[in-house]
Design a protein around this ligand. Sequence first.
Ligand code: GDG
Length: 459
Amino acid sequence: MSRLIIVSNRVAPISEGGPAAGGLAVGVYDALKETGGMWFGWSGDVVAEPPQSITLEERGRVTFATIGLAQRDYDQYYRGFSNATLWPAFHYRPDLIQFDRDEFDGYCRVNRWLAKQLAPLLKADDVIWVHDYHLIPFAQALRDEGVTNRIGFFLHIPFPATQVLLSVPRHRVLVEALCSFDLLGFQTAPDLRAFCDYIETQANGSVVRIAGEPNAVSAFGKTLRAAAYPIGVYPDEIALLAKDGESGREVQTVKTTLRDRKLIMSVDRLDYSKGLVERFRAFEKLLEHQPAQRNNVSFVQIAPPTRADMDTYRDIRLQLEAESGRINGRYAELDWTPIRYIHRQYERPVLAALFRASHVGFVTPLRDGMNLVAKEYVAAQDPDDPGVLVLSQFAGAAQELNGALIVNPLDIAGMADALAAALAMPLKERQARYTDMFAQLRENNVSVWRDNFMRDLQA
Ligand code: GDG
């Protein structure tokens, strides 16, 4: 069997069964353990120049190959073009795009440099699977190093509509680079359609669509295939984790302080794409329109810090602190804080158990490739008394989770109405919706995602 080589910006810190291991990391690591192989990427360290050499760490049949980034590379490739240009653009926020030509050059330079580091470690029949927007030019860079192996790419975030992508300077260079991969994977059919639309309308390329098979794409003198592979979770494992966590200290504390009040739960990295400010305002609207809910429901928002060294992320944090303070000031009572906003990370079993203890999962990104929290929320529910998922129409997960109450995250009053409906929903309806969604999660779990992608890459 060919070795599998995973390339991602960060190599996931996996401790087997450990609390930090998320669905994606576990799914990919499982595949690596089965086939044997290597996981290559940035170590997460910013190091002094000249760049360090690769650190190799063997665990069973898997080699973790990591390397540090120099400060300039981190600034240009990671903080710059990846997260200040591509991230906002791909999340439909052209107003937040910052473009700097040197950062774009740095992004391409780091991709070439990483490819140069990896190339000597490759064997002739290795299959290479590259992940996410940091590494769009990676296949092209490997090809320049003479690598002829199969190379696939999965985009975890949305692929924007053509008119939005056109706002990214150098968009053509990026899409041409994408065409050096053999297989492109997107989260959802709309993302795939957006990519094909660009190919047909901007790149003078062609797309052949055959039902049940990846699209055949020709553009820039290259041929490749492209399809949607919605990422999943392991629902049964999450359900167990949630049940086991019920007796944990954190969950007991929350239950005690809630008394008989209902609980609305949200968990997101503190990112402007996640729609947190709008969500806080929707909860405020609920309290405003339905006085009976006051002192009868609490909203817990866990939002661990991310990319905290960027201005746009500092801004959203300040905005959120202001909104939670304002809303709590308006509605809090001596024995009740309406919003508990927690800017900190929790362990996975605690989150799962909190999901299970809650009545509503409130997941309302302005845009999201998939949103695993939505799937984890459903997986964690108690089948005898499940909570209700209120989900943004702009999360990739909304394409699959038909049992959720689907909302427009810009419609504050509409979200408040959905919260009210969720809080009042009878048990029978909650169970029917949950059963439907849990079956869907099982049918398309993270192994299915990985196996479908690998099958098409190797075909
Ligand atoms: C990208 C795409 C796509 C969150 N807080 C804590 C914590 N988490 C975990 C969640 C979940 C993961 O992090 C976040 O995944 P999401 O999918 O919700 O969002 P992104 O981080 O933006 O991920 C996204 C995903 O890639 C996969 O393809 O779905 O659209 O943007 O697993 O549970 N985990 C722990 N403590 C926390 O405080 N342990």
